[in-house]
Design a protein. Structure first.
Length: 562
């Protein structure tokens, strides 16, 4: 065991591995795997599994492989394969030449199925789907044997070969394991091993196969083939463990991994059901799998979440067997902590209000120096132009206000960030009474200093109107307005909990000119506004679009407040 393993937070999986290594089990090896089905994009729950499996392998000087359990070509695609590989690498884990596909083992899986038939442990069944459900029984009543259960080995071998050769229609026959139709565990009531899929094209094997193995069968045998020692999965597979063991024990595989279950990640105000995420995409309730509101890894990456923050989040919530509901605040705290330390600062005015500084020379432009990070000198400085006309945010001005309002008020002063103190003298309004412009004057003696006796309560951000860069800004809120949209028994449709205010678009915010050439995916702290990310897709299409990654503090239910 490496020294690193001793410094990591302990959990029950580590205790199992420690005991196995002490006993010399698996020859002291530790090999895990992350085995996604390529039928959708990965979400935050998968991030927990990725960090756990790859992290354990790293800590115990072992190996973690990425294997696609691609046994259902009707729902899988190469797009999902590539997206998953990208997500795993982005999270910080490399699989190099340890990338595998269950489809690469299709011949071995078929040969193992033939072995089960020869041993009398599998048979071809002609029951249709409805009949199979009827014969299966219920949680309180045992199932009953299929009338095809006692076919001879020879007949089963012949029928199975003909299934492979494409002689039979989809759904007309399946290969089933012969276990126990009276078992209290429904998973052991002669589960299907192979089904017919003649008219689909597999993204890896093309049209080579007319039959495809079921997940439960292919998954455990693929683990055994690869030499996995600890097969780590979520709790919903706990009842499948006896079947996992039955297949490997019955086949007498050389390697028999140990299946270990942990609680899945249930994140409040989010869903982690791939079926429901697919529905959001297909019904265009979001813009796609990488919509920044989605709990997908690609969506979080596009929103500007740092990979290190997701790893920290997965570490912070820990690994247990207890079902849990993780507060969104924990994830958001990890994001803020990282960005507070690492995001450069800039100024952006989201709701511009023009300010004319009447005593500032009309053609003069100054270059003012501002730090890129107030606590990190190594991040350097930037130059900000200052001119007679600037923009401030509408929310930073009131004609009248009490002492709690520490921004600009008519007749009072405020400091412009990294610049001068200004005083509002006049308010200009349109015919409907809307404020359109402020006339102010500045004190040239206040650049970088507070003259003795001058008390200025507030500091606000601004941009030079002459040099401002217009940009579209997306303000995101939580996609759902219910903490448990995925499992609320009182509601039939989880989409009833979609937050109608999860996206607000500002068509023309005004940004300081240093942001004009922002690199896609670069995150900045817009001072006093929050953290914003240059959109990784749109900023490569000659558009300047920023997504709000997260607010400066928890403002859930207070969108728009400073």
């Amino acid at each position: 065991m490496s020294d690193a393993a001793d410094t990591k937070p302990s959990n029950f999986i580590r205790h199992i591995i420690d005991a196995d290594m002490k006993a010399g089990k698996h020859g002291g090896r530790v090999q895990t795997r992350f085995p996604p089905e390529p039928n959708g994009y990965l979400h935050i729950g998968h991030a927990k599994s990725i960090c756990l499996n790859f992290g354990l392998a790293l800590d115990y000087d072992g190996l973690c492989t990425l294997r696609f359990d691609d046994t259902n070509p009707q729902k899988e695609s190469e797009e999902f394969v590539e997206a998953i590989k990208k997500d795993v690498r982005w999270l910080g884990y490399e699989f190099d030449d340890h990338l595998f596909y269950a489809s690469s083992y299709f011949q071995q899986l078929y040969d193992y199925a033939v072995q089960l038939i020869k041993q009398g442990d599998a048979y071809v069944c002609d029951l249709n789907a409805e009949q199979t459900r009827e014969y299966r029984g219920t949680l309180t009543e045992p199932g009953k044997d299929s009338p095809y259960r006692d076919r001879s080995v020879e007949e089963n071998l012949d029928l199975f070969k003909r299934m492979r050769d494409g002689e039979f229609e989809d759904g007309s026959r399946v290969l089933r394991a012969k276990i126990d139709m009276a078992s209290p565990n429904i998973n052991l009531r002669d589960p299907a091993i192979y089904r017919i899929r003649r008219d689909v094209v597999h993204h890896q094997t093309g049209s080579d196969w007319s039959i495809y193995p079921m997940y439960d069968y292919a998954h455990c045998v693929s683990d055994a083939i690869e030499g996995v020692t600890h097969s780590i999965c979520t709790l919903e597979f706990e009842d499948h463990r006896p079947l996992y063991d039955w297949y490997l024990d019955t086949l007498k595989t050389e390697n028999h991994p140990q299946q270990i279950e942990f609680s899945r990640l249930n994140l409040q105000y989010a869903i982690t059901s791939k079926r429901k995420l697919t529905r959001l995409v297909e019904e265009q309730l979001v813009s796609g799998w990488d919509d920044p509101r989605m709990p997908t890894i690609s969506g979080m990456r596009r929103r500007g979440y740092p990979a290190a923050s997701l790893r920290e989040f997965c570490s912070r919530i820990g690994v247990t067997k207890a079902d849990n509901s993780v507060e969104m605040d924990i994830l958001e705290s990890c994001i803020r902590e990282n960005l507070n330390d690492n995001a450069p600062r800039a100024m952006a005015v989201l709701n511009p209000l023009k300010v004319i500084i009447t005593n500032y020379p009309e053609e003069q432009v100054e270059s003012l120096t501002a730090p890129n990070h107030p606590q990190n000198e190594t991040m350097g400085t930037r130059e900000i132009p200052f001119s007679r006309e600037v923009y401030i945010d509408h929310a930073d001005f009131k004609e009248e206000a009490n002492n709690k309002f520490k921004r600009l008020v008519k007749g009072k002063e405020v400091r412009l960030r990294n610049a001068y103190v200004i005083r509002c003298d006049e308010v200009v309004k349109d015919s409907e009474g809307n404020i359109t412009e402020l006339h102010c004057h500045y004190d040239p003696a206040t650049l970088g200093a507070n003259p003795e006796g001058r008390k200025v309560k507030g500091v606000i951000h601004w941009v030079s109107a002459k040099h401002a860069v217009p940009a579209q800004v997306h303000l995101f809120d939580r996609l759902f307005n219910h903490p448990h949209p995925d499992n609320d028994k009182a509601v039939d449709d989880f989409t009833n909990h979609l937050n109608p205010d999860s996206l607000m678009t500002i068509e023309q915010a005004m940004l300081e000119p240093s942001l004009k050439d922002a690199a896609p995916s670069q995150v900045y702290q817009f001072e006093r506004e929050g953290y914003f990310c240059a959109d990784s897709e749109l900023c490569q299409q000659d558009q300047l679009v920023f997504n709000r990654t997260i607010t400066l503090r928890d403002t859930w239910g207070k969108t728009g407040q400073s």
